[in-house]
Design a binder for this molecule. Structure first.
Ligand code: GDP
Length: 294
C-alpha cells in the first residue's frame, strides 16, 4: 500500500533509535512529504496545513511496531487520520417513512442533474416512491435534461415554469402529492457557472418555502482547490446537510472531497463514478484516503 510514499519516507526516516519511537525531527521531515502528497492530490493548501499539524502532534513519540519501519508507521498514521477526516465510515442519509424532500445544490456542470437521476434510480430500486422536481427557473434545457433522466428511470417529474415563484412550486408539488403518493421528493435546483448572490438568494428562498429535509451539495472532484470555496459558500448560505462528490472516475485524486468535508464538517454520502445512471457509489473514506496518498 502507498508504495511510492512509503519508500520515500523510508529513505528519509531510515533509522529508529533503540527506543523505537518517532522523533520530532523525523516527523518534521516526513510531514514535508505528506504535505506535498496532499497538495499533489489537490487538497486545499490551508486544509493540508491543518491536517499535517494535527498528524504531527500524534506522530511525535509514536512507537514503531515490531515489523513496521518508521516510514510505514507514519504512512499508517496519516492514512488513519485521513479516513477519520473523511468521515470514518460509509454514511447514508437518513430517510423517514415519508415526507422526505431533498434539495440538490451546486455549481452548473458539477453533476447535479445527473446525480438527481442517479439518486432516483438508487432509491427506486430500494422501493422508494420518488418524485423529481426540475426547479431551474432560468434554464429550460436543464429541466428537459431531468425529464429525460426521469423517463429513463421511470419516475414522475414536475417541471417548474420560467420564473415561477417558490410558493407556486411548493403548491404544485403539494398538489401532485395529493393524488400520487411519493415518499421522496428530489429537487434539482438551478446552478450557475460561478457562485453569485442572485443564485444564493433564489436558493435560500426556495429552501425557506419548501423546507427540505436534506440539502445535498454536489461537488465536482475535478475542481481541486476551488472545492473549498464552493463548499464554504454554499454551506454558509443554504446550510448544506451532506455532500456528493462527482467524477471520481476521472484523474482527480480526491483532494476536493477532503477539502469540502473539512470545511463544512458535513458527511459525504455518495461518489459519482460515471456518466451513467448506475454510476453512483456509497462514499468509502478508506478507499479515497488511499487514493489521496497515491
Ligand atoms: P449540472 O449542471 O450540475 O446539473 O451537471 P450535469 O448533471 O449536467 O453534469 C455535467 C456533466 O458532467 C455531464 O456531461 C455529465 O454527464 C457529467 N457527469 C456528472 N457526474 C459524473 C460522474 O460522476 N462521472 C463522470 N465521468 N461524468 C459525470
Amino acid at each position: 500500500m502507498f508504495e511510492s510514499l512509503g519508500n520515500k519516507l523510508q529513505d528519509i526516516l531510515d533509522r529508529v533509535g533503540k527506543e523505537r519511537q518517532l522523533t520530532e525531527a523525523q516527523v518534521k521531515a516526513a510531514m514535508r512529504e505528506i504535505r506535498m502528497a496532499l497538495l499533489e492530490a489537490d487538497v486545499n493548501f490551508g486544509v493540508a496545513k491543518d491536517f499535517v499539524a494535527k498528524v504531527s502532534e500524534k506522530a511525535v513519540g509514536q512507537s514503531v511496531e515490531g515489523s513496521l519501519t518508521a516510514g510505514q508507521t507514519v504512512v499508517k498514521l496519516v492514512h488513519d487520520e485521513l479516513i477519520e477526516t473523511l468521515g470514518g465510515k460509509t454514511i447514508q442519509p437518513e430517510l423517514r417513512s415519508e415526507g422526505n424532500v431533498w434539495f440538490m445544490v451546486g455549481l452548473q456542470g458539477a453533476g447535479k442533474t445527473t446525480s438527481t437521476g442517479k439518486l432516483a434510480a438508487h432509491y427506486k430500486s430500494k422501493g422508494r416512491r420518488v418524485l423529481l422536481v426540475a426547479a431551474d427557473t432560468q434554464r429550460p434545457a436543464a429541466r428537459d435534461q431531468l425529464e429525460v433522466l426521469a423517463k429513463q428511470v421511470g419516475v414522475p417529474v414536475l417541471k417548474v415554469a420560467d420564473g415561477e415563484s417558490p410558493a407556486e412550486t411548493k403548491r404544485r408539488v403539494d398538489e401532485h402529492l395529493k393524488t400520487d403518493f411519493r415518499d421522496l421528493v428530489i429537487v434539482d435546483t438551478a446552478g450557475r457557472l460561478q457562485i453569485d448572490e442572485a443564485l444564493m438568494d433564489q436558493l435560500a428562498d426556495l429552501q425557506a418555502t419548501m423546507q427540505p429535509t436534506e440539502s445535498l451539495l454536489v461537488v465536482d472532484a475535478m475542481t481541486g482547490q476551488e472545492a473549498l470555496n464552493v463548499a464554504q459558500t454554499f454551506d454558509q448560505r443554504v446550510n448544506v446537510t451532506g455532500l456528493i462528490i462527482t467524477k471520481m472516475d476521472g484523474d482527480a485524486r480526491g483532494g476536493a472531497a477532503l477539502s469540502a468535508r473539512s470545511v463544512t464538517g458535513k458527511p459525504i454520502y455518495f461518489a459519482g463514478t460515471s456518466e451513467k445512471i448506475a454510476g453512483l457509489d456509497a462514499f468509502h473514506p478508506d478507499r479515497v484516503a488511499g487514493r489521496i496518498l497515491g
